[in-house]
Design a protein around this ligand. Structure first.
Ligand SMILES: Nc1ncnc2c1ncn2[C@@H]1O[C@H](COP(=O)(O)OP(=O)(O)OP(=O)(O)O)[C@@H](O)[C@H]1O
Length: 686
């Protein structure tokens, strides 16, 4: 029985195993079947995908063939966006129809109907150039003549101009107005008549260097302000550099001499406190009172005063003049416009929220009239937008072709005129090709051969200006008086040097671009760009230091061979295609070899000496600082007082403070002496 039981159990066990095996087998078979199905599906998909790909490639090929022959944009003669000079744009002279390609014809595809460029084509026709669309006021300016030779407008003919000002002009030798003055002055005087009931329209003036832009704003501003006697800052004139601000200040002073108007200059050339006292004073009854009607300043110094001068009030501003406007607007470091607007919005409700200069018109308050001037005025509407110009008007000169025809005339009629940077007609331009090693010698030879006696040389840095001046001095010996001027020079010395050059006491002035803009120096025969200018604007302003006010002048640029291409293409932007090369034969330079070597040695000697002096100076300054620290830490109070007195005197910052300190010191000394005497007397008595 037991055995039977065991056998039965074994057969049952075997049966179970077989079943399990079968189930497993079924499972595997099912899995294989499923995988097979998936694979065939995938294969089908792959097949379909390949077929589709083949189809797209074929269709693309067809499109490409088609595209290669058709013109993408349908004809529209009035469309400014189509640059008709683009290759492929062929006009049928008979019917004005587009040149229909044969393939498109055969495929029965009309490019006019297509009207779009087919993407992905190999032979893509070059894209048509997108033309700038300017605001109407920029596209349709009032064109000013560039001719300073045949002047037509007599000063006495401009009856709108005040008699006193006309007299002063004559006294200064001005009989006729230059074209920019003849156009802008009457316009501003005319708006002055309507200012009381209409908000004044802002103006932008773009005219060549030396064409008399300064008087175009100085005279109307003086005439407008002298009508009322309210002592408030009513005109703010912003300039990019100290030297230029000083020059404009002098012009204002000159023409405001017979009026009650007070002109003030703030550029940082004087201590801050001194400038503050020039601007205003504090009255016990009325608080802060302005001493100024016309404020001439640099943007940076204006920001300092807006932030720190209590009582400075620009709420009564009638004119905001920005000379060299493109340069001033580029001045982002101090963000003068933001600070000015913030200042002008003081007391506004709601408080400052940006663009106050425009908000004023919305709030029906008279905004200051903005007058922008430059020889290279920006035509970037976005930059001008920053100033929130109110119904602006553009006055500009046009580039004249060789035949004397104004090129811009046609464009002006079509409303696409954008103007170009222009230089005076009297300016001659040349370039000299040389190597870096021979450049100074080349310059020397050029000045000598051309017999140039009044010349400005521009270099890229203060250091190179200084070294070039030393080298030229060594080369010329005493034949020419040469000086260098740069921002490294202390503030007071710069105007002195400029004055000296104006008086003719300096023959060659080597400088950096700090002097490139606006500076009006008489009778400059030639301007040399010793370092090639990087930008067209820089070139135009440098060259503009000569050929001013209708005089003749020469601008020479020194180039190395690799610089020629970039220079000529830069000039092409201003339509200058005939600037000639001026050759200085190398043979002429060869026999100067010994002289050049000696001069270089002298340069090295002087530079070494200067560097040593500079080092000594820094060392003594450090010593001074250490001494100061020592005295502050451990010195007696008498020593401290004496030290701070000398420091104050040195700085000339607070003369009153220095005097007070001096008097307390002498009083202390007196007391000390008295005490000593008393002591000795008492000891004698004893
Ligand atoms: N109507 C005029 N007749 C004679 N000379 C003039 C006249 N107007 C201005 N000038 C003189 O022309 C020179 C150049 O004038 P101004 O400095 O105003 O030129 P600008 O256009 O401002 O030049 P820049 O763009 O370089 O600043 C000055 O010496 C000035 O005295």
């Amino acid at each position: 029985m037991e055995l039977f039981v065991v056998n039965r159990a074994e057969t049952e066990q075997n049966q179970n195993d077989e079943n399990e095996e079968q189930a497993m087998l079924d499972k595997v078979l099912k899995k294989i079947e499923r995988n097979k199905k998936i694979r065939t599906k995938q294969k089908e998909k792959e097949h379909k995908r390949k077929a589709a790909k083949l189809k797209t490639i074929e269709s693309r090929q067809i499109k490409r063939d088609l595209k290669a022959k058709i013109v993408p944009v349908p004809e529209n003669k009035d469309d400014d966006f189509i640059d008709k000079s683009v290759e492929g744009f062929k006009e049928d002279t008979k019917g004005g129809e587009l040149d229909q390609p044969s393939v498109s014809k055969s495929l029965n595809v009309d490019p006019k109907q297509l009207g779009f460029t087919i993407l992905g084509a190999d032979n893509v026709a070059s894209k048509s150039k997108v033309k700038r669309v300017l605001p109407n006021w920029l596209a349709n300016p009032t064109v000013i003549s560039m001719n300073l030779q045949n002047l037509e407008t007599k000063v006495s003919d401009v009856k709108l101009l005040d008699k006193g000002l006309r007299k002063l002009l004559k006294a200064n030798g001005i009989q006729y107005f230059f074209p920019v003055q003849a156009t802008v002055i009457p316009h501003l005087l005319e708006t002055l008549r309507t200012n009381d009931f209409l908000f004044p329209m802002d103006i932008c003036v773009s005219a060549p260097t030396g064409s008399g832009k300064t008087l175009a704003f100085v005279l109307p501003v003086i005439q407008a302000l002298k009508r009322h006697t309210l002592k408030k800052i009513r005109a703010l004139v912003i300039l990019p550099t100290q030297d230029l601000a000083l020059q404009v200040y002098k012009t204002f002073k000159n023409y405001a001499q017979n009026t009650d108007l007070d002109v003030c200059l703030i550029t940082g050339n004087h201590p801050f406190k001194v400038e503050q006292t020039q601007l205003l004073y504090k009255n016990k009854c009325f608080g802060y009172v302005s001493k100024v009607d016309i404020l001439v300043c640099t943007a940076g110094r204006l920001v300092d005063h807006l932030k720190l001068t209590e009582g400075l009030d620009l709420q009564y501003l009638e004119y905001l003049v920005i000379d060299e406007a493109d340069r001033v607007l580029d001045n982002v470091q101090n963000d003068w416009l933001y600070h000015l607007e913030k200042h002008m919005s003081q007391g506004e409700n709601p408080p400052y929220s940006g663009r106050i200069l425009n908000l004023l018109t919305l709030q029906k308050r008279r905004p200051p009239q903005k007058l922008l001037f430059s020889a290279t005025l920006t035509q970037d509407p976005e930059k001008l937008q920053k100033l929130s110009l109110f119904q602006p008007k553009l006055f500009t000169t046009v580039v004249e072709g060789n035949e004397g025809n104004a090129k811009g005339a046609d464009e002006q009629q079509t409303g696409t005129f954008v103007g170009k940077f222009t230089t005076p007609k009297e300016l001659k331009e040349k370039y000299i090709v040389t190597t870096l090693e021979l450049k100074p010698l080349c310059l020397y030879k050029f000045i000598e051969v051309e017999d140039i006696s009044r010349c400005i040389v521009f270099t890229h840095s203060a250091e190179s200006a200084h070294r070039l001046a030393i080298l030229l001095r060594a080369l010329f010996k005493k034949k020419r008086k040469i000086e260098d001027i740069s921002s490294n020079l202390p503030g007071k010395n710069r105007p002195q040097l400029i004055e000296k050059f104006s008086r003719g006491e300096i023959d060659v002035l080597v400088c950096t671009d700090a002097l490139a803009r606006g500076i009006d120096l008489p009778n400059v025969q030639c301007v040399v760009s010793y370092s090639a200018p990087k930008y067209l604007k820089t070139y135009i302003h440098r060259a503009g230091r000569t050929a001013r006010a209708g005089e003749e002048g020469l601008a020479v640029t020194m180039l190395t061979k690799p610089q020629i291409g970039k220079f000529t293409s830069m000039l092409r932007q201003a339509d200058k295609t005939n600037v000639e090369e001026l050759t200085i034969p190398e043979e002429d330079l060869e026999f100067l070899g010994e002289q050049y070597k000696d001069s270089l040695k002298e340069l090295k000697k002087i530079v070494d000496k200067e560097e040593k002096m500079e080092l000594d100076k820094t060392l003594s300054a450090k010593k001074g600082k250490r001494r100061k620290r020592k005295i502050n830490n451990s010195g007696t109070s008498a020593e401290k007082d004496k030290y701070s007195l000398t420091e104050l005197k040195k700085m000339e910052v607070d003369k009153e403070g220095a005097m007070k300190l001096e008097s307390t010191l002498t009083a202390k000394k007196g007391k000390h002496k008295k005490r000593k005497r008393n002591n000795s007397d008492s000891s004698v008595n004893k």
